[in-house]
Design a protein around this ligand. Structure first.
Ligand code: ZN
Ligand code: FE
Ligand code: FE
Ligand code: ZN
Length: 271
């Protein structure tokens, strides 16, 4: 079992510290766990959006976060626990690539998830900002979101693209079908050489399904995009959440292996 997407209390909207998550991972027999808390957001965004301080850890927390994970990695190695990877989930905000690379190059990350949580500064996954959906044509919103995910992948900053159809979180889904959108995104991610995750957090949200939806996962498989599995745990008991459903979806899409990353190099494991 692998879980490549796990948060901690440092981001301001999750519960529990690194050892709490690793203890639960060990309890359920997890083999590989990547801690991937939210990378500090760029100062330019924090200056204009008062809610953004609650979306990610503060910049002065990053060094301590890394130390916590490295300590937990050594402790788990000593007592036969899971393999612990040093990861991070970084927002892709167009124009802020230098902020991300400046922070990434300071630490020996194993894996970097790239996620789009914002469009023009609107955190479309924040329940407190849901009223803004009314301002969009949903098809145009999806086009815009997928274009930004493709742009993020092409930046070369990331190993895995996070929750690749997060835009469906609250159930705003275009009625005209998404086959073309899915094919285009899968082609772009294949070309960029990134992996995707099957993220089980969607099961716990109003959309009530995995990210990505099965037809998008099939498009990724057809395009040759490697896949991993992540719970996006924001509390320790969510580690490994929905694991069997993720495996089932991967198999149904055609996958017979998944991946994780060590020092940012892809490792393949059989499903
Ligand atoms: Zn989060
Ligand atoms: Fe995310
Ligand atoms: Fe996350
Ligand atoms: Zn996430």
């Amino acid at each position: 079992m692998i879980d490549l997407h796990v948060h901690t209390a440092r981001c301001g909207h999750a519960y529990g510290d690194v050892p709490d998550y690793i203890r639960n991972a060990d309890r359920i027999g997890m083999d590989v766990v990547a801690m991937t808390d939210h990378l500090p957001l760029p100062p330019s965004l924090l200056a204009v959006n008062p809610r953004a301080a609650g979306y990610a850890m503060a910049e002065q927390e990053l060094a301590d976060y890394v130390q916590d994970v490295l300590k937990a990695r050594d402790a788990a190695a000593l007592d036969g626990g899971p393999t612990v990877l040093l990861g991070i989930e970084a927002d892709h905000i167009p124009g802020e690539e230098a902020h991300v690379s400046r922070l990434l190059e300071q630490y020996p990350f194993d894996v970097v998830l790239g996620s789009v949580h914002m469009i023009d500064g609107w955190a479309f996954d924040d329940p407190e900002r849901m009223e803004d959906y009314a301002r969009w044509d949903i098809g145009e919103l999806w086009d815009r979101y997928f274009a930004q995910v493709a742009q993020a992948a092409a930046s070369g900053l990331f190993d895995v693209m996070g929750h690749t159809d997060l835009v469906k979180k609250f159930g705003y889904i275009p009625e005209d079908g998404n086959d073309e959108r899915y094919r285009t995104l899968a082609g772009a991610l294949a070309e960029a050489g990134v992996a995707i995750e099957v993220n089980t957090a969607g099961l716990r949200k109003p959309c009530a399904e995995l990210y990505p939806a099965l037809p998008l996962l099939k498009a990724f498989f057809d395009a040759g995009v490697p896949a991993t599995i992540g719970s996006d745990a924001h509390s320790p008991e969510e580690v490994g959440y929905g694991y069997d459903l993720a495996v089932e979806a991967l198999r149904e899409a055609g996958y017979s292996s998944v991946c994780y990353f060590r020092s940012r190099v892809l490792q393949e494991v059989g499903l």
